[in-house]
Design a binder for this molecule. Structure first.
Ligand SMILES: [Zn+2]
Length: 96
């Protein structure tokens, strides 16, 4: 029961402080919202431009044709040699 009374007193005090400084709180909230809006306005295009290539796999150069291929689509032959397709492997195998 004591805890409840303390809680109510605390709420009253907080309420009084909020009431007393409502203008300051309003301006603070206003600035915070403005800041958030600014971040939202600047972020989405930047995220789309930067994140999409970044989230994609790294590009690896095909040892056969020299094309840049995403690492996930690459056919690897050992550690350093990678090909974009089976056709490229055949081509380079014929060459050697
Ligand atoms: Zn290739």
């Amino acid at each position: 029961m004591k805890f409840l009374i303390v809680l109510i007193l605390l709420l009253v005090v907080v309420g009084l402080i909020a009431f007393r400084y409502r203008k300051q709180i309003q301006t603070a909230l206003y600035f915070w919202r403005m800041y958030r809006n600014m971040r939202q306005m600047t972020k989405p295009p930047g995220e789309k431009q930067i994140d999409k290539p970044a989230t994609n796999a790294a590009l690896v150069r095909c040892s056969g044709c020299g094309d840049w291929v995403e690492e996930t689509n690459v056919l690897k032959m050992g550690n350093k040699i990678s090909y974009c397709s089976a056709a490229c492997i055949e081509k380079s195998a014929n060459r050697v």
